[in-house]
Ligand binder design. Structure first.
Ligand code: FE2
Length: 234
């Protein structure tokens, strides 16, 4: 039986995963979280696989790299989607919680999962969750900037993502040790921040105590990403 297809790509510099999700029959495809430096790779991959890009989906306004969304749209005209609370300018669609995008015969569901940033979203399709920086493999995204909030992040994970069946695959926006995916069941058991035994109070307290460095590309990436990745002064 035919099922939806997934390709996972990696940017070494920012340790970002970019995903192609496509219907192998209709060839309609969406891309999640493309990275500016990898635009040639992604456009070439679309061409080689003969895919029709119908949407560029962002999980949130990234602080560590510039998205390729703006320049992919410039090249091939695919519309850009963000969560409706992201605050970005110049996207084509702002997705509400529970809203879906159709890719061939498959549906991609938007789940608002604020906490890492105010406008963070996750996407679900066919037993796979694309969790952005909300839920990492074994950890969670930082909560100390861009409208982040540790209690909100905890609730997004526990009350939304952890409601999915244990065998649901978790595909994050980053992994810094090379792990490509995990499952909801594994995260419920072993995630050091929100796994078994971790209360909301404990999580909030531990987030407060973390001394995290200022992201090195923050001042370049965030202003550009608020314009869908359009570089300032261009
Ligand atoms: Fe992020």
């Amino acid at each position: 039986m035919e099922s939806i297809s997934l390709r996972q790509y990696f940017d070494r510099e920012s340790c970002t995963y970019t995903y192609f999700i496509f219907d192998p029959i209709s060839k309609e495809c969406i891309i999640i979280d493309p990275v500016l430096e990898q635009i040639e790779r992604d456009l070439e991959s679309l061409k080689i696989m003969n895919l029709d890009l119908i949407g560029i989906l962002e999980t949130h306004v990234h602080a560590d790299h510039i998205t390729a969304a703006y320049y992919i749209r410039e090249k091939i005209g695919a519309p850009i989607y963000y969560g409706s609370k992201s605050g970005v300018k110049d996207s084509d669609y702002l997705l509400e919680d529970g809203e879906s995008i159709q890719v061939g015969k498959y549906s991609i569901l938007t789940i608002h999962t604020p906490g890492h940033t105010k406008g963070s979203v996750s996407y679900y399709t066919c037993g796979m969750l694309f969790t952005g920086d909300t839920l990492f493999i074994g950890s969670t995204g930082r909560t100390d900037f861009q409208g982040g909030d540790s209690g909100t992040l905890y609730d997004s994970i526990k009350k939304k993502l952890f409601l999915y069946p244990d065998d649901t695959k978790v595909y994050p926006a980053h992994d810094y040790s090379g792990i490509m995916f995990s499952t909801i069941g594994e995260e419920k058991r072993w995630n050091q921040n929100v796994g078994k035994g971790m209360t909301k109070e404990k999580f909030i307290e531990s987030e407060k105590e973390k001394d995290r460095p200022y992201p090195k590309n923050f001042d370049i990436a965030v202003p550009a990403n608020m314009l869908c990745g359009k570089k300032i002064n261009e």
